[in-house]
Design a protein around this ligand. Sequence first.
Ligand code: DAH
Length: 371
Amino acid sequence: MEQLAHQQAETLAAIAAAASADALETIRIAALGKQGWISALLKTLGAMTPDQRSVEGPRIHAARESVTAALAARKADLENAELEQRLARETIDLTLPAPERPRGSIHPVSQVMDELAEIFADMGFAVASGPEIEDDWHNFTALNMPETHPARAMHDTFYFPDQDAAGRSMLLRTHTSPVQIRTMLAVVEKNPGGAPLRIIAPGRVYRSDSDATHTPMFHQVEGLVIDKGIHLGHLKWTLETFLKAYFERDDIVLRLRPSYFPFTEPSVEVDVGYTLVSGKRVLGGSEGWMELLGSGMVNRKVIEMGGLDPDVWQGFAFGVGVDRLAMLKYGMDDLRAFFDGDGRWLAHYGFGAGDVPTLSAGVGTQAGARA
Ligand code: DAH
């Protein structure tokens, strides 16, 4: 047992002299590890007589405890010493000027959405929203696209593999149009007579598509008006008023072309006229046309799906890409850069927190891009 006392003393001395966590670990393994000397002694207890064990057991356990405690104490000492050293090394000169903080900026998409809310609020529209994880019924069926409808195929939909708890097929909404249904149903729930309503619904939408002008996530704004006696003239006036305010030009000219969407009847595709100024397209005038948005009179079936009587209520709706609106106004040409999160792009195209769009101060250009 001289042996034990000797080994214990040696181990404790080594611990006291250890200069690093690594050195301590080596000592710990040599004593307490599987092959360590204390572990080996513990194994001998089984073969001892009860008398021997009652003498040797406490000695071996005491050795184990003292080594364990010494290891922990030394470890704490080493850590403290390191902290002290670091604190002595690191000094902060509080008299230095504060570093210039990088200034955040408002993303053009957020800015344009604020501009839209401002313009439409002035025409009596509220802002509505709906979920991005949508069910098949709201995204398609209720918009007059039953399961077999060919228009579904054009949406490049991201479907979820499993149904939700209620057994509904779920997807990432492919457009903001399902907010039309949700808004009508919510109005009817509050007031069984339903309507009138005037909303815009800006938000994210998703399609499996990617190139310079398509990203798997992009933004749309939906518009919906439901009232009595609504006709195409209201739609045209609303879009004209909106686009003149948005582009801040009185010479915006629209061209309505017959088109097809399952949820509108009749459907119109709206083009906006441009003028060529030294080879560049500038909105305004009618030298050429570019396609801008889809719209139409809300299909009777959709009004019914919204819980309203189409013999009493009529409406118009439109849907337009927010990113595209931003590109046309602020001159970006690659949609993908919108979502790269590159600080340089944001510094160039972003807006300051003070650039709040108001109709009186102008919703855009003069408040806008700090290029
Ligand atoms: N939901 C259509 C799309 O994503 C856009 C659209 C067209 C919306 C016509 C409308 C509308 O409300 O009336 O392509």
